[in-house]
Every structure is written in structure tokens, then in C-alpha cells.
Ligand binder design. Structure first.
Ligand SMILES: Cc1cc2nc3c(=O)[nH]c(=O)nc-3n(C[C@H](O)[C@H](O)[C@H](O)COP(=O)(O)O)c2cc1C
Length: 397
């Protein structure tokens, strides 16, 4: 996702400096070009060699090179985005007040692109009025400040000030440099994951959906500036979704009720959940004993969420559905898009073992409301597929 994006990482002297090693490694894995500046005090916590080995670039330590290059100006010109992590109270104070007494603070003075500060310190230092004032100055300058986590601090105390998950920082970098703000000010409702239809208190019928595609759709919509709510079935996903409000449901009926409650005033609905079509007609109140040789379950149809929503849909709203088919894919998707009054349908061929369910990758066709194929998105990471689906839909207006 970050191919050719030039990320300048400024490391200052906080206890979390070692955690930035993983951030640099993640950035390199996303194919970003990475250069690292370290303050003198950061070198007390971690050696420049670690960063130069990972970034495959020299680490910049001082402003007085003798080879005719002026590092702070060259680095400020080079960077697409500047991430200061961990940002000590000291570097925050210097950057907010125009002090340039080392390479990191001087580069910040010379740079006018997007900047993310990752404050990380003891909670007393973080809550100190001078630190808060300096952070609001940086905010007013247009910098992004990532709120530190609450938890156990290096001192053993519990409080605010922990360095956040690197996934959160990575998402923020992507949100700023990769995604266009096409959904700014829009309200998006996404459903994801499988539903569970109970047979008795311990058993249920479900399906193979991992929820990954829906979560990636929610994330892409959030990255594009949308105000996103996610209604999710039970999943085991580690995907970081900071900034997205999540509501958990289990059954198709709960999913329908949640959608009914949340649909008011939304601009876009993305129905990526794999909702059960059938559920046991009777749910036993006690665990079924294994007394019988055979057990016959009678199933009944669940509510058709999209059919119900069709009646309420306004012209200004965009509804995107998903079809997971194993045969006669295009015909079935065409039927579904028209019958359910959707604007778009994303068609997955789930009979292919290496894409679709549970996989990190997908290959899809996108059909419009008349059932015409408007795009083929070849096999790629689900995060990229999600981004492309939204870009195509939004470019068509
Ligand atoms: C063991 C130790 C841990 C520290 N951890 C932090 C920290 O997490 N956050 C912070 O703002 N300062 C921390 N400090 C204080 C900074 O290192 C100090 O303010 C220093 O001047 C920062 O320099 P720099 O901003 O130029 O890197 C720590 C100091 C020590 C000795």
C-alpha cells in the first residue's frame, strides 16, 4: 500500500524508542521508503544500526555533515510524511515553539507536509499543562496527534501515555497518504462476518465467512474520511479498527434489528455480512442429548434484510451488497442486485479455495444496478480490493 511513499521517521529519547523498530519494519514491508532521524538521547535507548539495517538507509543524527548537503533541508524536501515516534515531551515542546537545536527539531521547522506526532511518556508528563498546550499548538498547525494508550507505564504506574499499537500508526499514515478523502462528512454503515443460528444453548449453524472483507471495507471507508459504524457477527479478526464504532450481533435477526436501528440518516450501506438464509425452526432450551441415531432439524427462512431495506431506501443513499456464489455466479449476482434494489453488487467466487472466505486476498467483479459488469478487480489483498471498490463507486457518483 505504501509503494514509493517516502516516510521520514523521527525518533526521540523515550522509553518506547525500541517499539519504533517494528514500525519501521512494517513500513518497509508495505514497500515504503524510510529514512530515520534520531535525537542524541534516542541513541541512549536504541542504536542507529538497528534502524539503518531495517530501513536500508543511513540514520541521520546531526545537522552538520561535511559533504555539502544540508540534511534538514534535504530531508524536509524528500519526505511525503513525517512521523515523530515516540515524541517526547521535550521534542513536542521544541516543535510547538519554533526551536531548532538538533536535526529532528530543525527538520520539523523546515518541513510543511503532513506530520504525525506519537506522544509517549509518563502520564504526569502527558497531563502537564505545558505538554497539553504544546500539543494543541501542534494540532492548530495541522499536525496529527495520536492519542496515547492507557495502561501500564514503564514506571509501573497505570495511566495515559503508552505508545499505541504500531498498526494504529500505520493506518494513520495510510489514511493520510494513500486514501483520498472521498467520504469526508458521509455516514457509512457496514455489516460484516457470519451469523450464528442456534440449535440449542451450545450449538449453532454458521458459515465460513471470516468477516475480513467487511472489516476491510469499513477500514477503507474510514480511511477515506467516512464516519463509519460496523455491525459485526462473531469474528476472530485482529484488524485494528480504531475510530470505527462497532456493534456486535450473533443471529440474522439481531443483525436485522441492528441495521434497522442504525440505517436512519446514513449515506452508504455496505452489506458484506454473510447472513444465514435459514435457521432452526425451534431452538431447544436445553442441550440436545445424543440419545437418537438420527437427528432431524427443521429450518425456516430468516428475514431478508436487503428486501426489507429496499422499501425504505432513499435516492440519495448508496447500497452495496456482496454475493458469494459457487456456480452461475454472474447470473445469480445479476438477479440479486435487481431484486434487492441495490446500487452495486460485489461478486466473489467462493468456490476458489485460495481466495474469498478466510483468505487475505480476493478477486471480484463489480456489477451496477442493471446487472452490468462495470469492473473486474484482479486478485490482490482484500485491503486493496476494498479501496478500489469504494473508489470506483464514488467516482461514478
Ligand atoms: C529511562 C528514561 C526514560 C525516559 N522515557 C521518556 C518517555 O517515555 N517520554 C518522554 O517524553 N521522556 C522520557 N524521558 C526523558 C527524555 O529522555 C528527556 O526529556 C530527553 O531530554 C529527551 O530528549 P529528546 O527529546 O531530544 O530525545 C526518559 C528519560 C529516561 C532517563
Amino acid at each position: 500500500m505504501l509503494h514509493r511513499v517516502k516516510v521520514l521517521v523521527g525518533v526521540s529519547g523515550g522509553i518506547a524508542a525500541y517499539k519504533v523498530v517494528d514500525l519501521v519494519s512494517k513500513l518497509v514491508r508495505e514497500r515504503a521508503e524510510v529514512k530515520v532521524i534520531m535525537t542524541k538521547n534516542a541513541c541512549e535507548f536504541i542504536t542507529p544500526l538497528t534502524f539503518s539495517s531495517l530501513s536500508k538507509n543511513p540514520v541521520y543524527l546531526n545537522d552538520f555533515s561535511k559533504d555539502g548537503i544540508i540534511p534538514h533541508l534535504a530531508l524536509a524536501r524528500w519526505a511525503d510524511i513525517f512521523v515523530i515516534a515516540p515524541a517526547t515531551a521535550n521534542i513536542i515542546g521544541k516543535c510547538a515553539n519554533g526551536i531548532g537545536d538538533d536535526l529532528l527539531s530543525t527538520t520539523f521547522l523546515a518541513y510543511n507536509g503532513p506530520t504525525i506526532f506519537v506522544p509517549s511518556m509518563n502520564s504526569k508528563m502527558y497531563e502537564r499543562s505545558t505538554t497539553q498546550k504544546n500539543l494543541s499548538i501542534l494540532k492548530s498547525m495541522g499536525c496529527t496527534i495520536l492519542e496515547p494508550d492507557i495502561g501500564r507505564l514503564a514506571s509501573g504506574e497505570v495511566g495515559i501515555g503508552r505508545y499505541p499499537d504500531n498498526e494504529v500508526i500505520l493506518n494513520e499514515i495510510m489514511r493520510i497518504v494513500v486514501y483520498k478523502s472521498l467520504l469526508f462528512g458521509k455516514r457509512i454503515l457496514v455489516t460484516a462476518g457470519p451469523t450464528r443460528e442456534f440449535i440449542d444453548p451450545v450449538r449453532f449453524i454458521t458459515n465460513r465467512s471470516s468477516g475480513k472483507m467487511g472489516y476491510e471495507m469499513a477500514k477503507a471507508a474510514y480511511m477515506m474520511g467516512g464516519d463509519v459504524k460496523l455491525i459485526t457477527g462473531v469474528t476472530q479478526l485482529p484488524i485494528s479498527l480504531k475510530g470505527i464504532e462497532r456493534r456486535h450481533v450473533a443471529t440474522a435477526k439481531e443483525m436485522l434489528n441492528a441495521v434497522r436501528e442504525e440505517i436512519e440518516g446514513i449515506d452508504m450501506l455496505i452489506m458484506a455480512a454473510a447472513v444465514a438464509d435459514y435457521r432452526p425452526k425451534e431452538i431447544k432450551s436445553q442441550k440436545i442429548k445424543k440419545d437418537e441415531e438420527q437427528l432431524i432439524l427443521t429450518l425456516e427462512r430468516t428475514e431478508d434484510i436487503l428486501k426489507e431495506l429496499k422499501e425504505r431506501k432513499r435516492d440519495t443513499q448508496t447500497f452495496i451488497g456482496f454475493a458469494a456464489e459457487t456456480e452461475e455466479h454472474i447470473e445469480n449476482a445479476r438477479k440479486k442486485v435487481v431484486e434487492k434494489g441495490l446500487d452495486y453488487i460485489v461478486l466473489n467466487d467462493v468456490s476458489k479455495e485460495d481466495i474469498g472466505f478466510e483468505s487475505d486476498e480476493n478477486e471480484v467483479l463489480l456489477l451496477d444496478r442493471r446487472g452490468e459488469i462495470i469492473a473486474h478487480i484482479p486478485r490482490k489483498q482484500k485491503v486493496q480490493v476494498a479501496k478500489e471498490i469504494l473508489e470506483i463507486v464514488l467516482e461514478r457518483g
